[in-house]
Design a protein around this ligand. Structure first.
Ligand code: SAM
Length: 229
């Protein structure tokens, strides 16, 4: 057990995280990198894990849940292509860290968490850190959050058995959804874009363009349009 780390130690570790884990893996959106450089990830993990907060790994946050690996947070945020006027829905608040990163880049963020204690803890911390553009909701995010729909971007941080229809419906035209979907024994991170009209020449009438991005691992999305409890 060494000496307590100071804020400047954490800032240095955060800077290394951005360079060694994000830039080195070709994440290049400077707005996303600046947000990752700014948000104090160590405050979103349990006290005992603070020293590990900037390592290249997910960490346990209690209730069998995790704060995602920094690379995954940054990659999902980059895929969401946020602008400062965007309204964003996140499903799976967990620690509140991803919500803080989204809040750095968008106008307003609604984030839904099914565990009331995690939601309350995240809401307190986000308020303390001054993120008054984040609304934390306790509930089943597999059905989205209709009161504030439509959203310019939806970021789902738990793995769904298939893309929930409610989330498609709550995505604005030209909106982007980033969601891990179970495929076999792992998950496939997908980017889904809502188009104004079906693509010319496409063999279906769908207004959604769906691209597979990378294999990943996430805890399950549990709820009405997710997995059963
Ligand atoms: N984004 C989080 C962060 O930055 O710490 C990490 C999220 S963790 C990988 C996934 C979260 O999704 C868990 O906290 C879990 O309780 C939550 N979850 C699972 N199913 C859910 C649902 N239907 N609605 C809302 N939250 C859900």
């Amino acid at each position: 057990m060494g000496a307590e780390l100071t804020d400047s130690d954490f800032a240095r570790l955060r800077h290394c995280m951005v360079n060694d884990q994000l830039r080195a893996r070709h994440l290049a959106d400077e707005r996303v990198l600046a947000a990752m450089e700014k948000v104090p990830r160590h405050l979103f993990v349990p006290q005992a894990q603070r020293r590990s907060a900037y390592e290249d790994a997910p960490l346990s946050i209690g209730f069998g849940q995790t704060i995602s690996q920094p690379y995954m947070v940054a990659r999902m945020t980059e895929l969401a292509r946020l602008t400062p006027t965007d309204r964003v829905l996140e499903i799976g608040t967990g620690s509140g860290y991803q919500a803080a990163v989204l809040a750095e880049l968008a106008q307003e963020v609604w984030t839904v968490e099914r565990h009331a204690e995690l939601a309350a803890r995240a809401a307190d911390l986000l308020r303390e850190l001054g993120y008054d553009n984040v609304h934390v909701i306790t509930g089943d995010g597999s059905v989205g959050y209709p009161p504030a729909a439509p959203y310019d971007a939806i970021v789902v941080t738990a793995a769904a058995p298939c893309v929930p229809e409610s989330l498609r419906e709550q995505l604005a035209v030209n909106g982007r959804m980033v969601i891990p979907v179970t495929e076999g024994y792992s998950e496939d991170l997908r980017l889904i874009e809502r188009l104004a009209a079906p693509e010319p020449g496409a063999d279906t009438e769908t207004c959604f363009r769906e691209v597979s991005i990378l294999a990943c691992t996430f805890v399950p999305l549990i709820g009405q349009e997710g997995y059963p409890k």
